[in-house]
Design a protein. Structure first.
Ligand SMILES: *Cc1c(COP(=O)(O)O)cnc(C)c1O
Length: 222
């Protein structure tokens, strides 16, 4: 299957309103151009250097999403390009991103990353941490950042009940935050979850953004 066929197959299965983020990390620019030619506009990268290197080579209507762990000293590098940073995993990073965006007079959307997976290596706020931060006002009064929702990764497992329960937990937390801290703010509406191996389950549990790499571009060569 070609990249174009893969994109067509996946988007045909996505309910209305669910957007596809093509995760292009480790793939050369020609593959991204192929996806672009097939109509794909949202691309996700997880390393700052790679995003900053690829972005200037692609048309300006591409929407770049940063989806990896963002080291504080790399925020500046992606700020001219990223329209959404999906992986805000601490209030310190959120403050820094706001400051860096203000520095170059940009505005950036962000998602709060929730840690629901079993693997300790995955980052993000725990449910308790994100609710506590919200109650302390950490998500208000940001001049150059809009919090548009939440992002999460499920445990890498073939136990799809486990995965479903983690997605359910993300959805519940999203609803709690929305109703208690973003009431009336219609910009807080995205749930980014689901990858090549679990996106249909994520969609069943309310994902509005799915992040798919392998299923579009094939295996990555590291
Ligand atoms: C790599 C990656 C994806 C895509 O993974 P695939 O299994 O290739 O679809 C999605 N989200 C994040 C955060 C990633 O790092």
């Amino acid at each position: 299957m070609s990249i174009a066929q893969n994109i067509e197959r996946i988007t045909a299965q996505l309910p209305q309103g669910v957007k596809l983020v093509a995760v292009s990390k480790f793939h050369p620019i020609e593959r991204l151009q192929e996806a672009y030619a097939a109509g794909q506009r949202i691309f996700g990268e997880n390393r700052a250097q790679e995003l900053a290197a690829k972005a200037p080579q692609m048309p300006s209507d591409v929407e770049w999403h940063f989806i990896g762990h963002l080291q504080k000293n790399k925020a500046r590098m992606i700020m001219p390009w990223a329209s959404t940073i999906q992986s805000i995993d601490s209030t310190e990073l959120l403050q820094l991103v706001n400051k860096e965006a203000a520095r170059i007079d940009r505005h950036v959307n962000v998602l709060l990353q929730l840690h629901v997976a079993k693997e300790q290596t995955k980052s993000g706020f725990t449910v308790e941490e994100v609710l506590k931060a919200a109650s302390e006002g950490a998500f208000s009064n940001l001049s150059n950042v809009t919090i548009t929702g939440m992002m999460a990764m499920a445990t890498f497992t073939s136990d799809m009940e486990q995965v479903a329960s983690e997605f359910e937990q993300v959805h519940d937390t999203f609803v709690k935050l929305r109703d208690n801290y973003f009431a009336g703010d219609e910009r807080f509406k995205e749930i980014s979850m689901g990858m090549s191996n679990d996106w249909p389950i994520a969609v069943q549990h309310g994902a509005t953004l799915v992040r798919i790499g392998t299923d579009i571009f094939g295996q990555r060569e590291y």
